[in-house]
Ligand binder design. Structure first.
Ligand code: PRP
Ligand code: ZN
Length: 299
């Protein structure tokens, strides 16, 4: 392994992998896949990708084997709980960005027929989970005495097997819970993919590569939400229309050839543009409204 190349750990296969690769690709990394599937080399920047199990990413960062990692908040916080809790966290991971993908929640679920009023209803129950650290943190904070049944997977079948009375697991669409006759009753943690950096010092060379990469990732994340809006409007409607343009500073206003009281308005909008926004703009007098995605931006 070349010590001069920045190493980024990403999940080999699973919930985060496709979007992690897509993010790095959008940041301009040209990634050549290797046969062993463990290291991918980036051709146009001194960067190597480490393809690993997501659960291993906090340790790789903590040990300084990887400089950056893309990992779910659930995995990072569970690792830190298991290694002494935040503050004494062994991952030493610094969250650099919330990446906005792989959103899910860590929730406690019980069989549909189970009566449930509040977290106190969990007292005395056996709860199966692959997140014993986070579950323990939640139970302790609420002063609830329950038994944690630590598992390595397939937690959702534990109640049917008689192994547990409840589960604590990730819920994204809710399909897994529904298929197993379970209902979510408490949310323990809202999760999404995070870009995590090492708390350890890195070389100046690596720092420069990292700064460059982070600026690009910043641009990718900003441009995902950002849209370019173009529309025509009567001059008199301009004040109302400016108020409706979501998250835009000063729009460009251009006269329209041949019509003295009409202008074209161009604006970069830094918030989601919904159909409702377009309807409101039209209601305010705008016409020929175009919403265009922005491919790249650097501010
Ligand atoms: C999680 C969880 C459930 C499923 C929930 O597993 O354990 O099986 O996702 O998603 P749903 O609400 O959309 O049905 P994941 O795919 O993350 O795999 P892992 O827990 O084995 O890493
Ligand atoms: Zn996993």
């Amino acid at each position: 392994m070349d010590k001069k190349r920045l190493r980024i750990a990403i999940q080999k296969s699973g919930r985060l992998s496709d979007d992690s690769m897509a993010l790095l690709w959008a940041a301009g990394l040209s990634i050549s896949r290797s046969k062993d599937g463990l290291f991918y080399r980036v051709e146009n920047l001194p960067v190597d990708l480490l393809l690993v199990r997501d659960d291993d990413i906090p340790r790789l960062i903590g040990d300084g084997i990887a400089d950056l990692g893309i990992v779910g908040r659930n995995v990072l916080e569970e690792y830190d709980e298991a290694n002494g809790g935040p503050g004494t966290a062994k991952s030493d991971g610094k969250v650099l960005y919330s990446l906005g993908f792989s959103k899910c929640r860590l929730a406690i679920a019980v069989p549909e027929q189970t009566g449930y009023t509040s977290a106190e209803s969990l007292a005395g129950l056996r709860i199966a989970t692959t997140y014993p650290g986070l579950l323990n943190r939640f139970l302790k904070a609420g002063g609830i005495e329950a038994e944690i049944v630590a598992m390595h997977g397939s937690v959702e079948v534990a109640p049917r097997l008689g192994l547990a009375d409840a589960i604590c697991d990730l819920v994204a669409t809710g399909a897994t819970l529904e298929a197993n006759g379970l209902k979510a009753v408490e949310t323990i943690l809202e999760c999404e993919a995070l870009l995590v950096g090492t708390g350890k010092p890195i070389t100046t060379e690596k720092q420069q590569i990292q700064d460059r990469l982070l600026a690009r990732i910043d641009g990718v994340l900003a441009s995902r939400e950002t849209k370019y809006i173009m529309l025509n409007a009567p001059l008199s409607a301009l004040p109302d229309i400016r108020k409706l343009l979501p998250g835009s500073a000063a729009p460009t206003v251009i006269p329209l050839e041949g019509s003295a009281d009409m202008v074209a308005v161009h604006a970069v909008c830094r918030e989601s543009v919904f159909w409702e926004t377009l309807e409101d703009l039209k209601g305010a007098g705008a016409s020929a409204i175009l919403v265009v995605p922005i491919e790249k931006m650097m501010v």
